[in-house]
Design a binder for this molecule. Sequence first.
Ligand code: SAM
Length: 292
Amino acid sequence: MAEIKRGILYLVATPIGNLADFSARAAEVLKSADVIACEDTRHSRPLLEHYGISRPLMALHEHNEDVVAARLVERLSQGETIALVSDAGTPLISDPGFPLVRLARDAGIQVAPIPGPCALVAALCASGLPSVRFAFEGFPPRKSAARRALFESLKEESRTLIFYESAHRVEETLKDLEAVIPAERRLVIARELTKRYETIVSTTIGEAPALLEREPDMRRGEFVLLLEGAPPTLEAEDLSPEQARVLRRLLEECSVKTAVSLAVKITGARRERVYRAALRMAQDDKRKDVET
Ligand code: SAM
């Protein structure tokens, strides 16, 4: 049996649907914890009983985390072993725990992850979308206007984008994505991962709302939405999206020479790269003027 050290904060991943996805190490650590901090004791107790784990539980959720975190760090300082679990998956991933981990690390306490299920990782691996570079955005805002504003700000993002979404909002969120993101962009809808009705569907932004309309089952359960990144623009070969944005804005106001000088100063990008991108942008604009 692996040695369980004292005075350590363990972050223990639990299943996201399939109870068999629970590691031997996770069980060992939870059995030896002085206290298990969990989001909802009513939710975690049956799960822990299933694995034969009977340890004191303490609720740590978004409404009490600051107060409870301070108490737990006090106990850790006295040498107790504390494990943190969430309702499902990996703690801190769209789940409570960040204040506790920050406080514990600042107090010099060892924080040890016990890795395991995580919906975003499971969905990404199976999605068929590029996984070398990706960005996890958590849950999009609840209000449509804020959601659209977020999608607008991510329109040019070239990394695969990952969102969590609930059954209540998935249809509205897909409609907002369709309003902002080009229709041909690939989208993968991963629902009920590791569960009986696990479904991972590859579609496009333009087709997704109709797909959910047609198939009521596709509106039920828990969702991960994965959006293919934007194709790289020519200037992105030379500049980051933020550098390109700054340059484009400067070109609207100044000559190419001035815009390049200012962009170099503001962004720190290399002059020849900025210059190349500026020429391409200026050419594109001229072409667009001729076309219209
Ligand atoms: N900490 C968890 C993790 O590691 O993935 C996520 C917790 S967050 C409160 C819950 C959200 O994760 C759900 O609304 C859904 O978007 C996603 N999720 C969790 N389990 C899932 C599953 N089995 N299939 C698809 N999505 C899931």
